[in-house]
Design a protein around this ligand. Structure first.
Ligand code: ATP
Ligand code: MG
Length: 888
């Protein structure tokens, strides 16, 4: 096979490297710090911040092969998987990137060269599409002069404007499609209604790659703003290219789909074996219905392997639930092949064999992946058959009644009792044209969620307490930390936990984001309860804790008690609560008055404030916010609290938040002339009491919602000390005080660069025979009148190996030169060079193809020079020796 999937991946990286691009590894599929996205769905997703100018790319030209998952959100191909031959959930996207560097003309010309010259695709099979308003791209194609006008096609936004999600960088694009020939229209199990470029369901014209010209950012309101720089973002599906190139290599004219490529065949063979040994003996390619299952399992096997390798385990929410669904769907397809036992771990062996070379995380974690998959498969296996039976029964019943809608209650039972994800049930019913009554299903799901929420509350809850209707407690804690009162209701539980309601209490009950108070309640007889939590329950305030001295019975209705709040803790929370108001003001002042509070948490240790805002808040704005807050603290403004009617409060300009509930009379907290909020929390008397405000961090929590975390008072001081300590430690490691640490670090880095340079020079010198390695002579043997010169040159990198090979070719004038190098860390390099006079008898490329597998690698090259990489250093000598038998 001339173009294996591995060769194609590498050739793409090399092609753009030769054109000034830096090769970067794939980012993880679980995006870091991007709450808007469950999984990376395109190569550009993790590069977003480079386009927006928030982070600086490693280079202005980058090339990569990115792991992608299209299983949720805007790009979800799950339903096509297995049914067509060119959509997967997991796939690899080859991409070259220009960050404000080259643009449309270069990107288009290079892709043309790559596809037609390097990969050798016949230009007559290719089509280009452009956005109807993008004359620049159209002109670039016309100028290139490689395609007739009718094969440069214009389309609208739907086909030629690319966006990763609802918001973010985007722009018009130009796609390259391949005509797979008329034969591709059948054999896939379904016929397209129509045929043509960008016709839905047409398998004849398939998109190979997409060149996106990023020039806008779309914000939450849908508005497009031009970016200061223009960028190139390309995405080419590796599997689709492999299918195209491997089809062209065939002599029988068969058109291959993605699942027929070398990589997938390795996986499908494992499914074939499993079907033979454990199932009904199906083979891939014999029966279109079974083939859907083969393809789905092969696809899902890759997805589950990569998800587990990235640390995800099956569960019931978000990413965890995606993994669970995919494993369960694969298990269900196993049943369709008659496999009633766990088998996905053996399929995973195929995934590791096919992809472990390019993705070492798979090989490293092969054991764990198999374990996680099998555990989930086993768990689901116990109810899978029974669930499928239930579906069959229901199907029969519906058929008889002439109906096409499965009741939501059955779908819910399948979910709840048999572990069938909704999409799995829908998938099973799809071929019969039956739909699930979603309204009913959703209603039952919501009911279950509510019960779960209630149960969770109960869990942490304290002893049950009967509070007579109409009971109410007065909160006295705005002005005091202690006070006496009378017990109105008590609940107790074994082990001494109690819940106490009194007539008047200084304990602040959790609310408005502020945590409830802690402290002690003491009876006149000297019994003492430590209170760990205070909550509201209708009009009452419930203190929850445990009895430390005396008996539970001492805390009875009517008893007189003394209540004391833990003052240090309350005061610390109070500082943070007041600081939250100042923060809210500063955000609106500095970012925009569109900022609204979306949630907050105020504890003694820190404060957390969520607010509506599109995109991260940049470092400059953050430091202005911190500065503004501290200025307001130093202003030492008076904090005035008033009670008034809700309407009067709104007239006074108070910020009221959607979702809060207010009675007729509300509490209004004013700080100086800058902040007015409705708030029931406890506050400082003057802003100066807050002392010092220190930001900890800013992050995203959901689409359009950001979070700021900070500390005040002692907490802020502690945080600063922590940083000081860290800096001190860095200084100590560098052998200097902190002030000089930066300068010292720069010197150390400069020295490191210098040493690297020297090392490289040394390696080259060694390789050219000038040094110590030169004394290690090469072995020369003669086979069939041909000199075979071989030599180990450990530690010499592939580039230097080429130089050494040139030297040896010169030295021996007519010879086959074979070099092997152990590069350490499980990497080896091989090189074969043949002098020109011998290339018609011996071909370097042929030899390397046969010896590379010995060291667990692959490679290729020209008749006179070929190189390969591998992993098994121990077999290096064996690989060198093998050459003798190949020279004939
Ligand atoms: P299609 O219209 O065929 O679904 P797309 O427009 O969704 O493709 P892009 O978002 O432009 O594709 O992604 C860039 C490239 O990634 C495509 O040209 C294709 O080669 C590849 N690709 C996209 N989706 C998939 C998938 N689900 N499985 C395999 N490859 C894919
Ligand atoms: Mg698509």
């Amino acid at each position: 096979m001339r173009w294996t999937t591995a060769d194609i991946r590498q050739s793409f990286l090399d092609f753009f490297k030769e054109r000034g691009h830096t090769i970067v590894p794939s980012f993880p599929m679980v995006p870091k710090g991007d709450p808007t996205l469950l999984f990376v769905n395109a190569g550009m997703a993790p590069m977003k911040d480079y386009f927006l100018g928030i982070r600086t790319p490693p280079s202005r030209r980058v090339v990569d092969c990115q792991k992608c998952l299209r299983i949720s959100g805007k790009h979800n191909d799950l339903e096509a998987v297995g049914r067509d031959s060119y959509h997967h959930t997991f796939f690899e996207m080859l991409g070259n990137w220009s960050f404000g560097d080259y643009y449309k003309a270069e990107a288009i010309a290079w892709h043309w060269e790559l596809i037609t010259k390097l990969w050798g695709v016949d230009p007559r099979l290719l089509y280009a599409t452009v956005h109807k308003d993008d004359q620049e791209s159209e002109q670039a194609w016309v100028k290139l002069g490689v395609l007739p006008k009718e094969r440069i096609m214009r389309f609208g936004d739907k086909d030629n404007f690319w966006e990763m999600g609802e918001t973010g960088p985007c722009g018009p694009n130009s796609e390259i499609d391949i005509d797979r020939g008329e034969r591709s229209c059948d054999g896939s199990g379904h016929l397209p209604l129509a045929c043509g470029v960008n016709v839905d369901g047409c398998e004849r014209f398939v998109e190979l790659g997409n060149l996106v010209f990023i020039q806008y950012n779309r914000d939450a309101s849908g508005k497009l703003t031009p970016l200061p720089h223009k960028h190139v973002d390309t995405g080419t599906g590796l599997e689709r290219v492999a299918a195209a190139l491997q089809s062209l290599e065939r002599s029988d004219g068969k058109v291959l789909g993605n699942y027929d490529i070398d990589l997938f065949q390795t996986i499908i063979k494992k499914i074939d074996t499993a079907a033979g040994e454990l199932g009904d003996g199906s083979h891939y390619g014999r029966n279109p219905v079974a083939d859907v299952s083969f393809r789905a399992i092969a696809d899902h096997a890759r997805t589950m392997a990569f998800l587990v390798a990235e640390g995800i385990t099956p569960g019931n929410t978000d990413r965890e639930y995606v993994l669970r669904r995919i494993i369960r769907r694969a298990a269900r397809h196993g049943r369709y092949l008659g496999i009633h036992r766990p088998f996905l771990a053996t399929v995973n062996d195929g995934v590791v064999a096919a992809m472990g070379g390019a993705y070492p995380e798979l090989s490293r974690q092969a054991g764990k992946i198999a374990e996680v998959i099998t555990a989930e498969e086993t768990r689901f296996g116990e109810t899978l058959d029974r669930g499928l039976e239930l579906i069959e029964e229901e199907k029969a019943r519906l058929k008889q009644a002439g109906r096409r809608s499965l009741s939501g209650a059955i779908a819910f039972k399948l979910y709840d009792t048999y572990g069938f994800p909704l999409d799995l049930t829908q998938d099973v019913l799809r071929n019969d044209g039956i739909e699930v009554d979603l309204a009913e299903f959703d209603r039952l799901m919501e009911g279950q969620r509510e019960r779960a929420r209630a149960a969770r509350k109960d869990d942490s809850a304290a002893p049950e307490i009967q509070i007579a209707a109409g009971t109410s407690s007065r909160f006295t804690g705005y002005h005091r930390y202690d006070g006496g009162s009378e017990i109105l209701a008590v609940g107790a539980q074994e082990g001494g936990s109690v819940a106490i309601v009194v007539a008047e209490t200084p304990f602040y009950p959790e609310g408005g984001g502020q945590v409830g108070d802690r402290g002690v309640i003491e009876t006149e007889s000297g019994a003492l309860a430590e209170i760990s939590e205070t909550r509201k329950a209708d009009g009452s305030i419930v203190h929850i804790g445990r009895v430390l001295q005396g008996e539970v019975e001492d805390f009875r209705r009517g008893a007189h008690v003394n209540l004391r709040v833990d003052r240090i803790r309350r005061d610390a929370a109070m500082l943070n609560h007041s600081a939250t108001h100042i923060l809210h003001y500063a955000l609106r002042d500095i970012l925009s008055t569109q900022v609204h509070q979306a949630g907050s948490l105020v504890t003694p240790e820190r404060l957390r404030f969520d607010f509506s805002h599109q995109g991260p808040v940049d470092a400059d704005a953050l430091s202005s916010i911190e500065e503004e807050i501290n200025a307001r603290i130093r202003e030492n403004a008076e904090v005035v609290v008033e009670e008034m009617s809700y309407d009067a409060a709104l007239k006074a300009g108070a910020l009221a938040f959607f979702g809060d509930k207010y009675g007729d009379v509300v509490r209004v907290v004013r700080m100086g002339d800058f902040s007015v909020e409705l708030c029931g929390g406890t506050h400082v008397r003057r802003t100066g009491d807050v002392g010092f405000f220190k930001l900890h961090g800013e992050s995203g929590v959901a689409a359009g919602v950001r979070r700021i975390e900070a500390a005040t008072g002692q907490g802020a001081l502690d945080a600063v000390r922590e940083q000081e300590k860290l800096l001190g430690q860095i200084g100590a490691k560098l052998g200097t005080n902190d002030a000089a640490a930066l300068e010292r670090l720069e010197k150390v880095l400069a020295r490191e660069r210098e040493l690297e340079k020297r090392l490289l020079a040394l390696e080259q010198k060694l390789a050219s025979g000038g040094g110590y390695a030169g004394s290690v002579a090469e072995t020369v043997r003669e086979v069939n009148g041909i000199k075979v010169v071989s030599r180990r040159a450990d530690g010499i990198d592939p580039r230097a190996l080429r130089e050494l090979a040139d030297k040896l070719r010169q030295k021996y004038a007519s010879a086959v030169v074979v070099l092997g190098s152990d590069l350490g860390e499980g990497k080896v390099a091989l090189l074969v060079a043949v002098t020109a006079d011998l290339t018609d008898r011996v071909k370097a490329g042929d030899i390397i193809k046969q010896i590379a597998p010995i060291v667990g690698g692959s490679g290729g090259g020209r008749p006179d020079l070929a190189q390969a990489g591998g992993r098994d250093a121990e077999k290096l000598d064996a690989a060198l020796d093998k050459v003798i038998s190949l020279v004939v």
